[in-house]
Design a protein around this ligand. Structure first.
Ligand code: WTA
Length: 687
């Protein structure tokens, strides 16, 4: 079935380069920047004099009042646009209405189910969005939400998810969006950590033809949170049966019915909290990454503009075929992840380019769904994850070739390193052999893209995420902060950037310890001060042209299908199972997911399975258990039972050894310190 070529490209990747195409070649009006000299000048200016650079860019957006200074930084604390006030929703919606573009389409949404008349499609103009957001913002106020409160949002990919985020932004509440694929447990942890009293959810979400029971998960979480949650606002989407508590639950449509469709945008301090987004770290407890209004807005606006060459539509909107002559931008991420926050909602909307949201799975009802969407909506910029590309490669080229993808101008990749073979397939089969691919490296913590090529400017190399974006002073350094100009080491950012995280919610020590405690620049770390350099947590190499190549995480975080997962989270879920005494989780190579999850598990003697069937049944039970506790993405791909885990004499689990075993490689770890040598043989032996 698979018809793509499978030449082994990885060893030749470094030699392969593709010059940027002319705008005409991909059907674009123009490239906003089309020469390397301009990029180099702008990059040099942005790093040398951020005040002038960002001060000028920020003026393209709306501020209620001006700043006293553009940036002040005393590690690890940055203040961007000090003293200025602004509003993200105002800039994403109201600004466009005020400028006369109220009728233009800002958001296009396509539902997953396909009826006899095709899928359900909604196209919302900025004027409609303004009203819907205002109504919901008023409903949040009625529910008791005040400025700087945290609102938990746990929804499927429906327009109301974007509307709920923007409504929070409008009134200065911080949203904390929880990915709909996470289980009830995650709502408990995050809700408690953020003291959130209002949860916005749906009755259910469509996923590959089935209903994900979101409201039921919320009910389970609310029961555990025991009275801490005042209100649950529930959108009716899937019409499944749900539990209901009249004193606490209210339907979305009922909540907005009585509300006026006007609500002022709060004048927020540039450094007010815009949102929290929980992400996995090295310990079992997810970190509430905090982002603030002004800097986040400027960086997501600026990166969207230049990385995706966003040019606002000039034509009259046409409701049957939204903006056929303009751009339609589509990012396939879920808004539950940072990619969706920055590059479905805030970045594109601030640029006045219609953003497309798709509700469901890439292979529903058929394996051509993405390309069907691209063709019907005439998508111009397409942003996805390597794991999706690898899945499409596997499903077969025929699902692609039957669609007209000639509208595409720029392709993007994010979330994990893209293997050169997938990169080539993406370019050849989706990009017609001509569209530039922007491989964007960034993180929940960075808020926006940091390393990338620009589509009209740079030569691309399959597998490399390119060069630092404007304002980004990236380097590869040794522990003392000495730069390694060429070669591999730890990736760092040496100067503050506008959308940098402003902390881990409620845990300053962990914030400093995790990100600002490695590079001993000017003796900072040895003297107990935070380092001025940010530790990204990724290893990287830089080649002779200055291009960065990400080699993977340098901590105990793995990237499963581009989703960040802490191995400690999976381990603590496993040991919570009554049969498990100890567990060690590591990443292993996986054809589609990039990295899969391997779990080495020691069972209690009384739980030892009697035969092969019992082994399989217990493995299944453990996978289900982890799925119920964390979510399906955390289910181990490989479980191996072992009498003992390989440990050093000081009791440390030898993780590199386990990684090698999971990958079926000879180990590169020195095993002389292994306490019990027989463990190694046993681990290798069992299937
Ligand atoms: C990885 C996602 C290689 C990296 C935006 C990073 C990448 C982590 C790339 C952040 C890329 C992201 N090439 N690796 N283009 N983009 N990563 O917080 O390990 O979900 O640290 O943010 O994904 O994942 P997060």
């Amino acid at each position: 079935m698979t018809t793509h070529s499978t030449t082994n490209e990885s060893h030749t990747a470094a030699d392969r380069v593709f010059a940027p195409p002319a705008a005409d070649d991909v059907g674009a009006d123009r490239w906003l920047i089309d020469d390397a000299a301009t990029y180099e000048r702008m990059h040099a200016e942005s790093v040398a004099d951020p005040a002038t650079f960002y001060g000028t860019i920020a003026k393209e957006l709306h501020w209620f009042n001006d700043w006293d200074s553009v940036v002040e930084f005393e590690s690890p604390d940055a203040v961007w646009f000090k003293g200025a006030t602004t509003n993200l929703c105002q800039n994403c919606v109201d600004r466009h209405v005020a400028d006369g573009f109220g009728d233009e389409i800002g958001l296009i949404w396509e539902g997953e189910p396909v009826g006899t008349n095709g899928p359900e499609v909604r196209a919302l103009s900025y004027a409609e969005l303004q009203k819907d957001i205002s109504r919901f913002a008023n409903a949040l106020k009625t529910a008791g939400v005040r400025e700087s409160d945290v609102v938990t949002i746990y929804m499927g990919m429906v327009p109301e998810l974007a509307i709920a985020c923007l409504a929070c932004a409008r009134i200065g509440a911080a949203h904390s969006v929880i990915f709909g694929g996470f289980a009830a447990h995650s709502i408990v942890d995050r809700g408690k950590d953020a003291s959130s009293i209002v949860i916005v959810t749906c009755d259910g979400a469509w996923r590959r033809g089935s209903i994900v029971p979101l409201k039921a998960n919320v009910d389970e979480a609310v029961a555990v949170l025991d009275g801490a949650v005042d209100k649950v606002i529930c959108l009716k989407r899937t019409n499944n049966d749900i539990g209901w508590d009249d004193s606490r639950d209210i339907w979305w449509h009922v909540a907005v019915e009585a509300e006026p469709d006007e609500c002022p945008c709060a004048e927020l301090d540039s450094e007010a909290t815009a949102f929290l987004l929980y992400t996995s770290g090295s310990t079992g407890k997810p970190k509430g990454i905090k982002h603030t209004v002004g800097g986040y807005m400027v960086h997501t606006y600026l990166t969207s503009k230049y990385v995706f060459n966003m040019i606002p539509g000039l034509d009259e909107p046409n409701r049957d075929a939204p903006l056929p002559n303009g751009q339609v931008y589509w990012c396939t991420a879920d808004i539950g992840w940072i990619t969706g926050h920055s590059y479905i909602v805030y970045g594109p909307m601030a640029n006045r380019v219609p953003t497309l949201m798709y509700e469901g799975a890439p292979n529903f009802p058929e394996a051509d769904r993405f390309w069907d969407i691209v063709e019907r909506h005439k998508v111009t910029q397409f942003y996805t994850a390597p794991t999706a590309i690898r899945a499409f490669m596997k499903w077969g080229d025929e699902h692609v070739t039957k669609h007209d993808l000639s509208s595409l101008q720029v392709l993007g990749s994010v979330g994990e390193p893209i293997n050169p073979e997938a990169w080539m397939w993406y370019r050849t089969h989706i990009g017609r052999g001509v569209c530039p691919i922007v491989d964007t490296w960034w993180q929940t913590e960075t808020g926006g893209q940091m390393l990338t090529t620009l589509p009209g400017v740079h030569t691309t190399k399959p597998g490399s995420c390119g060069l630092p974006f404007f304002g980004v002073d990236a380097a590869i350094c040794e522990d003392d902060g000495t730069e390694i100009p060429e070669g591999s080491g730890l990736l760092t950012i040496r100067k503050p950037w506008p959308s940098m995280l402003r902390g881990i919610y409620g845990d300053r020590d962990r914030f400093i310890e995790t990100y600002w405690n490695t590079f001993d620049v000017d003796g900072a770390v040895s003297e107990g001060r935070p380092s001025p350099y940010y530790l990204a947590g990724d290893g990287a190499q830089r080649d002779a042209d200055g291009y960065f190549w990400i080699t993977g995480r340098s901590d105990d975080v793995i990237n499963v299908s581009g989703h960040r997962m802490g191995t400690a989270e999976v381990e603590s879920s496993l040991v919570a199972h009554p049969a498990v005494v100890e567990a060690a989780v590591v990443g292993m190579p996986h054809e589609i997911k990039g990295t899969g999850i391997a779990a080495f598990v020691t069972l209690s003697p009384e739980s030892a399975p009697a035969d092969k069937h019992a082994v399989e049944a217990l493995k299944k039970a453990l996978r289900t258990h982890v799925g119920d506790e964390i979510g399906a993405i955390a289910k181990p791909d490989l479980i191996r039972f072992t009498d003992a885990l390989p440990k050093t004499r000081s009791g440390k689990i030898m993780r590199r050894l386990l990684r090698d075993i999971a990958a079926g490689r000879e180990t590169s770890q020195d095993t002389t310190t292994l306490e019990d040598k027989s463990v190694l043989e046993k681990l290798r032996g069992e299937d």
